[in-house]
Design a protein around this ligand. Sequence first.
Ligand SMILES: Nc1ncnc2c1ncn2[C@@H]1O[C@H](COP(=O)(O)OP(=O)(O)OP(=O)(O)O)[C@@H](O)[C@H]1O
Ligand SMILES: [Mg+2]
Length: 461
Amino acid sequence: MIMRRPVLLVVDDEKTVREMLKMILSDSYEVLLAEDGQQALKTVETQQVDMVLMDVNLPGMDGLKALELVKEADQDIEVVMLSAENSAQQAVTALRKGAYDYITKPFDSEDLLSTLKRLSDRLTLKTEVDYLKGELKVKKGYGEITSRSPRMRVVFELINAVSQTSSSVLITGESGTGKELVARAIQSRGPRRDKPFVAVNCGAVPADLMESELFGHEKGSFTGAHARKIGKFEYADGGTLFLDEVSTLPMHLQVKLLRVLQEKSFERVGSNIPIKVDIRVMAATNVDLEKEVRKGTFREDLYYRLKVVPIELPPLRERREDIPLLIHHFLKKHAMAFNKPVPGISAEAINALRNFSWPGNIRELENLIERLVVLSRDGREITYEDLPVGMFTTDIDGYPKGEARNFREAVESFERHYIIGVLNKTNWNKLEASRRMKVHRNTLLLKMKALKIKKPKSLNR
Ligand SMILES: Nc1ncnc2c1ncn2[C@@H]1O[C@H](COP(=O)(O)OP(=O)(O)OP(=O)(O)O)[C@@H](O)[C@H]1O
Ligand SMILES: [Mg+2]
């Protein structure tokens, strides 16, 4: 089912060996390179890697140790070991530590290719099953939250710890980073899981209606109050009240909210009978609340009352290793929703999406994937060409936007678009990009200089 090319990480301390292996293997695999065990580990932790080809004799951490740690980081990654001497002992140890196979140097490139082919055939078969397995794992764990990023591990730990308590939680993060998803995960893992989860979008309700929205009102308490209304606080009793965009809450309601949180009781508008409630409050914001406090638009005491446990969600561009994972997750999710077969996606397209900055974060990625699934023709792989034109050029600051004013600008804009497109597809590997463009590397470098194309800083992480 999976149609992208397998990603193979080559680990060897000799540059010439790395380059040679890359040449031999690039036709069949997306090749990544590392020169020692540390680098290899960093790569498997931060990028999608399916297979590793690793020299046994590495400086520092030796290959067998690195093998062990790679398997520890992700046991689904298959490793083939390479060694200069024909040592049966090392081979046995490597296999015992979970290596798939063992090849001795000097090797015959046909042998190497056929071993890797056997392995990748197996991987291709395995991925669909794993996907289902992974999905089950995720369902049991953190709702829909899909991630392998170390930055999100912290979030998972917080979700775990805090779900067993009733402490207030303040979730911060840019728009579309999954704040509501996290709030729901906390609720669903704790003792309140069967109780209501009531979300109020503080920004969407007009300020003068907000009070009765939250606390309800009695009939006749103000013009237009024709009947009694039950507020969100009452609905949420026993469960969770999720205050989304809490920064937009008007000042007088901030005062009232603080009092309710402290006294655990409130009155409906137009009534003086206190109603006791047992509520856990979680709040979310995509602005810097501390700044709002300094500006005087958000009460400091309420801020601290809400921020008992702060959870900060990193933007997607700071956890790019999740992008391939999320792509597959959403392909599957929306294909199921539309009752279509799950489309494959090319490695080029994944690379390009991985290198995009995603200002709208996961929501933006999900919307795009949904659109691609809707437009996909059954069984055809999604390729780079299917991605929205211009997505990648308009992404980079400092370039003239809008229509070209003359012929030269039009040509430049075309060139820039083409070059950035190829660079994104090749993960900004200029040599590889120039090869694809069929120009000399220097020509590409000159063009990049003339057009002021630079690798976006955010990709250097
Ligand atoms: N880690 C994740 N794995 C899978 N889906 C995710 C993940 N994070 C977010 N999503 C999905 O992305 C979308 C946006 O998430 P959510 O509504 O929780 O974000 P938000 O931070 O509340 O955004 P906003 O600030 O725009 O309200 C949802 O459809 C959600 O299911
Ligand atoms: Mg939200």
